[in-house]
Each structure stands twice: as structure tokens, then as C-alpha cells.
Design a protein around this ligand. Structure first.
Ligand SMILES: Nc1nc2c(ncn2[C@@H]2O[C@H](COP(=O)(O)OP(=O)(O)OP(=O)(O)O)[C@@H](O)[C@H]2O)c(=O)[nH]1
Ligand SMILES: [Mg+2]
Length: 349
């Protein structure tokens, strides 16, 4: 409301009364009257009772303006303080999330696909690249995964043979037996060799396999006996070689030494899908320098999610030979199609 506002102010002295005026009316107030109060209303002078009375006037527009500016200023300060706090908090959150969400550029529609990949255990960086390459549908994501997968199957094994390399207990011996059955079922002869000569259980298992498949079995004690046997049989039958898990590095090194012109069989790196991915990567780093041709995944039946199939396929860059889905010989093995593989990775099988 505009117009003049007039009010009386009191103080022990002039200064005090003037301060009261300024406090309420601001610096633009006009003093229109000044009066000294000699005694209190009842004739008793109290030290504390006011002795100066100022009558001040202010143009109300000005008064409210000054009050408003003041309150607006303090409101702005509050907001700025709040915004600064929020900015710091967002900065902190971004920093914290950077290893998990390295780029927050994913569109809203693709966030669902991105989160799905992370839930399946696909590596964050790989998941980001996948969602960047696909449209925002699950089918499109599947197609991009299909583009990346290389499936080799067992044709090179049928032709020549394979050596199974991998850490202890991943399923090398069991898988070799399943593959021996698969190849024999196509009426192609196999020959089984084990370099794991120290364990009676392995030797017994091989003897059993030899009886069932009517195929030659051998236990090779010294790795330098291998070339003679391999060159004798290769071309006539599929040579499958089992190795002990504890000595995989020494065996790979030995093979490179005794086959200087190149090992004629395929070297397959066997990974237990249910094992910790970091351990699998460590084993891979130990092995790949010696030359590995393909990768085989075991124990899919024990794994909770299959994002690591994608991670390891991409990391190793090697084609896939097989997947095993249980301990049962010979049934629990399959050569997946690209479509089956992609479905596994996105958790949709
Ligand atoms: N659930 C399940 N068990 C499996 C699978 N493959 C192998 N196994 C089991 O895993 C255990 C180890 O298998 P092996 O074939 O002896 O493993 P390995 O790699 O030869 O082991 P080492 O010779 O000791 O290095 C056995 O109990 C197998 O029955 C699979 O696909 N699923
Ligand atoms: Mg074994």
C-alpha cells in the first residue's frame, strides 16, 4: 500500500531512538518531530524508560522496497548456499559413481538395457559400448551381441584334435570325454592322451573311456614323447589331450619348445563359468602368451548369470568351442548358436 507512514520511536537518547527509526523505516526515513520526555507517565523517572521521542515518516513505497530488497537478498543468499551444497553433493556422487557409471550420457530409454547388462555381470565399459551401438530395444541389443560372438564349434577338433588347458578342477577331463563321445558318434575315430599321469583316478577314467569308445588311450609321462605320438595319429584320428590343472604354464611352455614349427592341434582354454571372473582373467593372462586357439566354457549349470561369457569372449578375442551344462558324460555339452549365446548373456534363456 502506498502513502506516507508516520510512527513514534523512543530511546534513552537521540542515537538510540534514531537507530530504532532506521531499523524499521530504513535510511530514507524523515524525522518530523523530536521530543524530550521529562518524566514517566506517573511522575516517576525510571532509568530504563525512554527519554527521547522521535516522530518519523517514510514513504511507504520506499519502506516496503527497502524491506523487500533486504529480505530478497537474504533469500538469494540462502538459495545460493543451498545450490552450492547441492552442486558439491552432485560432484561427489558423480565421482563416487564414476567407476560404476563412467559416462552418464546413456539416454533414458537405454538405461534399462544398460542396467540389465550390469545385472547379468557384463563389464561396465563393455555394457556402455553395447548400449551405444544398439537401438533401445532388447532385440536390437541381442543383435549387437550376436555380431560380437564368434562360435567355432568342434569342426577343427574333428579334423585334427585338441589339447585342453586350464586351472585345476574346471572340467578338462570331463569335457574331453564328452567331446570324445560326440566325435565318435559321427563315426570318426578318436585317440585319448593324458599328460596327467600322476593321478590314479585320471588313469582309471581314461581306461574306462578306452573300453567304452574302443579307442586307443595313452598316458604320457614326459612331454617330449608327445610329438612322436601326435604325428603318428594326426590325420587318421582326432587326438584329444588332457592336461593336469596345476602345471598348465609349464606344459604350454614345453609344447612350444618341442613343436618349434607350431603345434598341430588346437589349444583350448577351458573356463569354469561359475568361477570368479578376475581369477579366470589371471589364468588367461598366464596362458595367452603361449598361443591359444579357442575358449570353452564349463559348469554353466552352476553359474548365476552369464555376462562373463560375453566379457571373456571379448577379452580373449578367441572363438568359442563348446559349453558344458552339467557333470553328466556324454550329454551335458552343447555347441551354442550365436542366438543362444546372446540370450544367455541378456539372461533370457
Ligand atoms: N556341475 C557341473 N560339474 C562339472 C561340469 N564339468 C565338470 N564338472 C565336475 O567338475 C569336477 C572336476 O571335473 P574334472 O573334469 O575332473 O576337472 P579337471 O579340469 O580335469 O580337473 P584337474 O584335472 O584336477 O585339473 C568333477 O566333479 C566334474 O564332474 C559341468 O559342466 N557342470
Ligand atoms: Mg583332469
Amino acid at each position: 500500500m502506498d502513502g506516507m507512514k508516520i510512527k513514534k520511536f523512543y530511546g534513552q537518547n537521540f542515537k538510540e531512538a534514531l537507530e530504532a527509526v532506521k531499523k524499521e523505516f530504513g535510511p530514507d526515513a524523515i524525522i518530523i518531530n523530536q521530543k524530550e520526555i521529562k518524566s514517566s507517565l506517573f511522575g516517576i523517572t525510571n532509568k530504563k524508560s525512554p527519554t527521547i521521542e522521535l516522530t518519523a515518516a517514510i514513504d511507504q513505497g520506499q519502506a516496503s522496497a527497502s524491506v523487500d530488497i533486504k529480505s530478497t537478498n537474504s533469500l538469494n543468499e540462502e538459495i545460493i548456499k543451498e545450490l552450492k551444497g547441492l552442486k558439491e553433493e552432485i560432484g561427489f556422487l558423480k565421482e563416487t559413481l564414476r567407476p560404476v557409471v563412467p559416462s552418464l550420457k546413456i539416454t533414458k530409454d537405454k538405461k534399462g538395457l544398460f542396467n540389465l547388462l550390469l545385472r547379468q555381470g557384463v563389464d561396465t565399459q563393455l555394457a556402455l559400448v553395447l548400449v551405444e551401438r544398439c537401438q533401445d530395444t532388447i532385440d536390437s541389443l541381442k543383435n549387437v551381441i550376436i555380431q560380437d560372438v564368434k562360435i567355432q564349434g568342434l569342426s577343427p577338433v574333428e579334423e585334427k584334435g585338441m589339447i585342453f588347458i586350464g586351472p585345476p578342477g574346471v572340467g578338462k577331463t570331463t569335457t574331453l570325454s564328452k567331446i570324445a563321445y560326440m566325435i565318435q558318434s559321427k563315426k570318426k575315430p578318436v585317440s585319448l592322451i593324458t599328460l596327467d599321469d600322476s593321478r590314479i583316478s585320471t588313469i582309471a577314467h581314461f581306461k574306462e573311456m578306452g573300453k567304452m569308445l574302443h579307442c586307443p588311450i595313452r598316458s604320457v609321462k614326459k612331454i617330449n614323447e608327445l610329438p612322436r605320438i601326435v604325428y603318428k595319429e594326426i590325420g587318421k584320428m582326432s587326438v584329444l589331450i588332457d592336461t593336469p590343472g596345476y602345471d598348465y604354464k609349464a606344459i604350454l611352455e614345453g609344447i612350444n619348445d618341442i613343436f618349434p614349427s607350431g603345434f598341430p592341434l588346437k589349444k583350448c582354454f577351458v573356463v569354469d563359468t561359475s568361477m570368479n571372473e578376475q581369477s579366470a582373467i589371471k589364468f588367461w593372462q598366464d596362458c595367452f602368451v603361449y598361443g591359444i586357439d579357442s575358449i570353452g566354457f564349463t559348469k554353466l549349470d552352476l553359474a548365476m548369470s552369464f555376462g562373463n561369457l560375453y566379457n571373456l569372449s571379448l577379452l580373449t578375442g578367441r572363438p568359442l568351442s563348446f559349453m558344458t551344462t552339467g557333470p553328466d558324460i556324454p550329454h551335458d555339452i552343447r555347441i551354442p548358436s550365436k542366438d543362444f549365446f546372446a540370450n544367455l548373456v541378456i539372461g533370457g534363456v
